[in-house]
Unconditional design. Structure first.
Length: 186
C-alpha cells in the first residue's frame, strides 16, 4: 500500500503577515515540523505550495503547485493536485500551520483510520479539524467535479464523500495540539 503525504504549504499568508510555511517554532520551520510528522507514516511526501513561495523550499523536496485550472482555490485544490500528481492508495493530509502535530499524532491517526469511509479526520471537543486527515484514493473525480462546480468548502466535500470524525482525545489528550496558527505570536 502506497501512502502519500500531502503537506499543504499554502501561499502568502496575508493575514499571518508572511508565508506560514517558513514561520518558526522551537528553531524549526512550520513546514519542517509537518514534514517530519508525515514522514513517520508516508512512503512519499509532496508539498503543495503557492508559486511565489515554491522556490524557497530546498530543491531535494517534492514541491508542486495547484493544477492550473484550480490555482489558488484553497485546500481542496491542493489535495486534488497532489492526488493527481502522486498516485497512491492513501493520502495523509497535514497543513503547515499545525506545527504541534508530530509523528506520534500521525501514527495514531493512521492506526485509527476507518476503512469503511473515504476520509478519516478528527474533531476536538470544540471543533472539527478537517485538514489533519486521511483520504482514500478514488476521490479525484469527485474532487474535480466539486471544484468545477465552485465548491471550496472542505467539510462540505468531506460529508458528501463519506467521513468518519475521530475524537481527538484518541490521538492526543491535549486538544491544543490540533490548533491552526493564524497569528505570528502563536
Amino acid at each position: 500500500m502506497m501512502v502519500i503525504g500531502i503537506l499543504l504549504a499554502g501561499g502568502e499568508s496575508r493575514r499571518f503577515g508572511s508565508p506560514k510555511a517558513f514561520a518558526q517554532l522551537d528553531g524549526e520551520l512550520f513546514y519542517e515540523k509537518a514534514y517530519q510528522a508525515l514522514d513517520a507514516v508516508c512512503d512519499r511526501i509532496v508539498i503543495v505550495a503557492h508559486p511565489e513561495i515554491q522556490p524557497r523550499f530546498p530543491a531535494e523536496l517534492d514541491v508542486i503547485t495547484d493544477l492550473p485550472e484550480f490555482a489558488g482555490e484553497g485546500p481542496l485544490a491542493g489535495i486534488l493536485t497532489a492526488m493527481i500528481e502522486k498516485l497512491g492508495d492513501l493520502y495523509v493530509v497535514l497543513p503547515c500551520d499545525m506545527p504541534f502535530v508530530g509523528p506520534a499524532e500521525t501514527e495514531k491517526l493512521v492506526s485509527l483510520m476507518d476503512n469503511t469511509k473515504n476520509i478519516t479526520a478528527i474533531q476536538t471537543p470544540v471543533e472539527k479539524v478537517p485538514l489533519f486527515s486521511i483520504w482514500k484514493t478514488g476521490l479525484q473525480e469527485a474532487l474535480r467535479k466539486e471544484l468545477s462546480d465552485g465548491g471550496r468548502r472542505v467539510m462540505v466535500f468531506m460529508e458528501k464523500a463519506g467521513v468518519t470524525w475521530l475524537d481527538s482525545k484518541a490521538i492526543n489528550e491535549d486538544p491544543s495540539v490540533f490548533r491552526n496558527i493564524n497569528r505570528p505570536d502563536l
